[in-house]
Design a protein around this ligand. Structure first.
Ligand SMILES: [Zn+2]
Length: 179
C-alpha cells in the first residue's frame, strides 16, 4: 500500500523481480500455476523473509489499508477481511498478500531514502517493485503459455482480470508471449 510513498528503494528491474519470484517458487518446490500465497505467508514467512512475523488486524486498526508491511518491525499485516478473502481465493486479496510479501522480501534489508529533489523513477519506486513482484509471483512466466487470453489467465492463476491483462502485456512486450 501507499505507506512507502515518496520513498526511493535501490533500483530493481522487472527481470530481477521475476528472478526473485521464480527463485521463491523453486525454493518452495511449487511448480503449479496457482500459487498458494496465504499458505506460504502463514507457514513459511519467517523462513523466506528472515525474522518476519505475520499479523491480522481489524478494520478499526487498519482503516483503509488492505495490507501493511512494517519493514523495520519486520511485520507483514493484512486487514482481517482481506486475510479471509485471500484464504478463500479472492483474487484481489491474493494479489494484496503477494504485494506485501514483495515488500517483506525486497525492502527489509535495503536502504530506503526519501526523495524530494527529483522525480522517483518507476524502477526505484518500492510500490512499483512490490506490485511488479506480485504480478511475477502469482502470474508465472513459466505457466502463462497455456493461457488463451487474460480471462483464462485470471482463472488459472487466481488473480483479477485486470492483473492478468497487465501481466500478459508485460510478457507480450518481452516476447515471452506472442500476440
Ligand atoms: Zn505497497
Amino acid at each position: 500500500m501507499s505507506t512507502l510513498l515518496g520513498i526511493v528503494a535501490p533500483p530493481t528491474s522487472r527481470k530481477r523481480l521475476r528472478w526473485v519470484a521464480d527463485k521463491l517458487r523453486k525454493r518452495l518446490k511449487w511448480d503449479e500455476a496457482w500459487f498458494p500465497i496465504m499458505e506460504v505467508i502463514e507457514t513459511a514467512l519467517g523462513d523466506i523473509a528472515p525474522g518476519f512475523v505475520f499479523d491480522v488486524l481489524d478494520r478499526g486498526e487498519m482503516g483503509l489499508n488492505h495490507g501493511l508491511t512494517l519493514v523495520q518491525e519486520r511485520r507483514l499485516i493484512l486487514r482481517e477481511d482481506v486475510y479471509e478473502g485471500a484464504c478463500n481465493g479472492q483474487r484481489r486479496d491474493r494479489m494484496t498478500a503477494a504485494h506485501e510479501l514483495g515488500h517483506a522480501l525486497l525492502h527489509a534489508d535495503v536502504a530506503l531514502a526519501r526523495r524530494i529533489d527529483k522525480e522517483v523513477k518507476t524502477y526505484e519506486d518500492p510500490e512499483w517493485q512490490a506490485k511488479a513482484f506480485a504480478g511475477e509471483l502469482l502470474i508465472s512466466s513459466q505457466h502463462i503459455g497455456g493461457c488463451r487470453d487474460y480471462r483464462q489467465a485470471a482463472e488459472t492463476f487466481g488473480v483479477s482480470e485486470d492483473a492478468a491483462r497487465q501481466q500478459m502485456r508485460v510478457f507480450e512486450k518481452e516476447g515471452i508471449l506472442l500476440k
